[in-house]
Design a protein around this ligand. Structure first.
Ligand code: ADP
Ligand code: MG
Length: 609
């Protein structure tokens, strides 16, 4: 149990979304209101126009349409800025931002005006921080008084100070302000490196930045940073809206003007974009009044061409950042993905291609900054020594195979980096996808191991069972990040997943899992053998039945019946018996009694050549 004193949370105070995280010996985790909650709090504050009562987050976001003047979003853009710095910015904001005279000569500050009352940007941010603080207090059941808060690397002193002020107003002692890219690197524990150069690519809702970090002996230095404060996921939504709006206007000769319809378009466009991150096409549907309904399928390729020029711009920024850091692209050791928009497969592909290496996406990109802030918090609280940091894999890693067995590719206590490859196949005819369940643990059955993640290798052309060859590769890099990839050899279809294998386990739990595996070793072995044996029986009896269907008429009547019986008997026994010996005996009997069938089938097949 920790005391309030060493309870420090990590907070990502974002332009679009904010979240709070905490790290203990299981590693960092995002705090959520309940198990269905994403943990993401929209950075939006909405005031009731008459009472000043305010709401924060999802509820506030819902009010954006009907209360444009009293719903405040993107406040981060105003933090720590003078009024004259933001005159451009505030033209795009529906709420009122006014000049607030300051004692400092020549530095008037912006303030948000809500029903005749003025709120400073730190005051608005404090409402978001307070909501996160309360969420954490519900989680821990006691006061939370300290936080590490992240800011963009390019934030100047005034912007950092404004962030500290926001914390103080919310009742939090800001024990440290850290850079968002540094936090992202900390989440992956890249601070453990002696020397390393890292690129952090952060594509959020409304902003993009890329930073080049240098780590030496656990100390981070920002070598360069580049970006565009008006480039992000919102632009991708607008591209979709553009297409849809043009078509609706052409097709129905109506203009879309009402704010409510525009907001509906925005919401639908964002949902469609998010669906396209895991589906190859998605449908846009909207009622446009008078019983008319506009429907349109957008394919992933079309979406990719809509956002191509935006992504080109981000790559240009990467190039500029590398140049400013006086580096060559080859000297980047790691690329870390941050921001909700890096969930888009096209973005991952382009960044991977540009840097010539697979970027890190094992942590959710919209959570990774908060998780890293939590890691920093736990370092400050003196707690990191309890976290698992290893140069060997503490538990075996593998995949689930037919019948629920665990097939290990990398054994426990293997030194990292490590790599293993194995071939798998399908059993069913015409199977066009293979589900790959990545497992961790020492037990022999999948159900007794920890599932680290699941992915689907799809698009395999239909072939008879046993013919497709799926090459599964496990690669644990020097930072302990596991990449699992699968490729079907004939069709070259590939898929993969990235995972942090030790996440969520304490050293004590790891030890317990190993000890438990010893206790069950014998029964587990038998269970695994049974699965293998049953798979074998399925394979052999299916083959025999095939032959019987084809050439059975060439056997005598009684012989054919006897063969049918022996196939059925073996199948039944494999299902019901738990005695490997008994099944082996039946298998031997089956083999003897199907010799003639096999011979005839062979002769027949030779004839057809
Ligand atoms: P910020 O750092 O600006 O506060 P986030 O990192 O939370 O914002 O990113 C928000 C953006 O990510 C939004 O534009 C949202 O639509 C986008 N986004 C979230 N999930 C996905 C997804 N699965 N596919 C594509 N875009 C996504
Ligand atoms: Mg962010």
């Amino acid at each position: 149990m920790s005391t309030s004193d060493d309870l420090i949370v990590g907070i990502d105070l974002g332009t679009t979304n904010s979240l709070v995280a905490y790290a203990d010996e299981r590693g960092p985790m995002v705090l959520r209101r309940n198990k269905d909650d994403s943990g993401l709090l929209p950075s939006v504050v909405s005031f009731d126009p008459s009472t000043h009562r305010m709401v924060v987050g999802d509820e506030a976001k819902l009010h954006a349409v009907e209360r444009p003047l009293t719903t405040v979003y993107s406040i981060k853009r105003l933090m720590g800025k003078g009024f004259s710095d933001v005159t451009q910015e505030i033209r795009h904001l529906p709420y009122r931002v006014v000049r607030r005279p300051s004692r400092e000569e020549g530095r008037d500050l912006p303030a948000v005006e809500i029903n005749d009352r003025l709120y400073t940007p730190p005051e608005i941010s404090a409402m978001i921080l307070k909501t996160l603080k309360e969420l954490a207090e519900v989680h821990f059941g006691r006061p939370v008084l300290k936080a590490v808060i992240t800011v963009p690397a390019f934030f100047d002193d005034a912007q950092r100070q404004a962030t500290r002020d926001a914390g103080r107003i919310a009742g939090l002692e800001v024990v440290r302000i850290i850079n968002e890219p540094t936090a992202a690197a900390l989440a992956y524990r890249l601070d453990q490196k002696k020397e390393s150069t890292i690129a952090v690519y952060d594509l959020g809702g409304g902003t993009f930045d890329v930073s080049i970090l240098r780590i030496s002996d656990g100390v981070f230095e920002v070598l360069s940073t580049h970006g565009d404060t008006a480039l992000g996921g919102d632009d991708f939504d607008r591209e979709i809206i553009g297409v849809v709006r043009d078509e609706i206007e052409k097709q129905y000769h109506v203009r879309i003007e009402s704010p409510a319809t525009q907001q509906a378009l925005r919401t639908l466009a964002e949902q469609l974009k998010i669906r396209l991150s895991h589906e190859s096409e998605a449908k846009f549907e909207i009622d446009i009044g008078s019983d008319r309904r506009y429907e349109r399928v957008i394919r992933r390729e079309e979406f990719e061409s809509l956002i191509r020029s935006w992504i080109d711009k981000t790559i240009d920024c990467c190039r500029a950042a590398i140049r400013d850091a006086d580096l060559e692209i080859g000297s980047i050791d790691q690329v870390v993905m941050v921001g909700g928009s890096t969930r888009i497969p096209y973005v991952r592909r382009r960044v991977g291609e540009y840097f010539g290496r697979q970027p890190y996406t094992a942590w959710n990109p919209d959570e990774v900054v908060a998780l890293g802030a939590a890691v920093q918090a736990s370092i400050l609280a003196g707690k990191t020594s309890q976290m698992l940091l290893l140069d060997v894999t503490p538990l075996s890693l593998g995949i689930e195979t037919l019948g629920g067995a665990m097939s290990k590719l990398i054994m426990r206590n293997t030194r990292i980096p490590a790599r293993a490859t194995e071939m798998f196949t399908t059993f069913v005819d015409g199977q066009t996808s293979i589900r790959i369940n990545v497992l961790q643990g020492e037990r022999e059955l999948a159900k007794d191991c920890r599932s680290l993640g699941v992915f689907e290798l799809s698009g395999i052309p239909p072939m008879p069972g046993g013919i497709p060859k799926a090459e599964v590769t496990f690669l644990i890099d020097q930072n302990g990040i596991l990449n699992v990839s699968a490729m079907e050899v004939r069709s070259q279809q590939a898929a993969g997943i990235q995972i942090i294998p030790t996440h969520g386990l304490t050293p004590v739990e790891v030890e317990a899992m190993v000890v438990e595996s010893y206790a069950h070793a014998r029964e587990d072995m038998t269970a695994h053998q049974m699965i293998d044996l049953r798979n074998q029986v399925t394979f052999e009896t299916t083959k025999a039945q095939d032959m019987l269907d084809k050439v059975g008429h060439l056997l005598g009547e009684s012989e054919r019946r006897e063969t049918e019986t022996v196939i059925r008997t073996l199948r039944e026994l494999a299902k019901t018996s738990s005695q490997p010996k008994e099944i082996q005996q039946a298998r031997a009997d089956f083999a003897r009694k199907t010799v003639r069938l096999a011979e005839i089938a062979m002769t027949e097949s030779l004839k057809t050549i």
